[in-house]
Structures are given as C-alpha cells and as structure tokens.
Ligand binder design. Structure first.
Ligand SMILES: [Zn+2]
Length: 110
C-alpha cells in the first residue's frame, strides 16, 4: 500500500496544477467501470479520467470530447456524456490536462 500513498500525493499535486476550478455545468463522460491501466494500481474509473481526475469539457459538443467518447465506444466502455457535478469526484479540465502533457496516471512526467 506504500505505492498508493505516494500516488495520492502526486494526484494532489496534479489537482493543484489543473484541477483546481469548480467545473459545475461542464460535461464529462461516464463509462462502464474500467481499471486504471497503470501497473499495480487498483483504481477503477467510472468516468473518462486522467491521473484519476474526471476529465471535463466546457461544451458537450466539443470535438475532443466527441473524439474521446467515440474511442471509448470502440473499446466497449459504453460512454455517456453527462453534466458534471462535484459529487462525482475531483475533475480536471481537458484543456489544462492536454497543456500539462496529458499525464495518464498520477505520476508526473519529467
Ligand atoms: Zn492509477
């Protein structure tokens, strides 16, 4: 579980970087549960996430949102575009995530 502790700290750092805003009224993509692809990580996402943060888009017809949802559909994740509410969990703006170099897990790239 030591690894889990380390990851938590890094998620907090990432959140400070690009997840700080309240994204109420933005849109996210709910999916069937799928495990984090990182080796040894037992996080299970029920949304399209990056570094365990729910990715949110400002517009529900954002081409990037549609592209990611289409990809999720192709791999059987049953994506549904949903209005984001805070109780879903911490969020990250897709645009800020992309600007941060698209980290897929809570480990920061150098
Ligand atoms: Zn993970």
């Amino acid at each position: 579980m030591e690894q889990g502790g380390i990851e938590l700290i890094q998620v907090e750092e990432l959140r400070a970087d690009f997840g700080a805003d309240d994204h109420g009224g933005w849109f996210c993509v709910r999916t069937d549960p799928f495990p984090c692809p990182a080796n040894g990580c037992d996080f299970v996402a029920e949304f399209m996430t990056a570094a365990h943060l729910i990715l949110v888009w400002e517009l529900r017809d954002d081409p990037n949102l549609l592209r990611h949802a289409e990809r999720a559909k192709q791999v059987g994740r049953n994506p549904r575009v949903t209005s984001y509410v805070r109780s879903f969990g911490p969020s990250a703006s897709y645009y800020a995530w992309e600007a941060a170099g698209r980290p897929v897990h809570a480990v920061r790239g150098k």
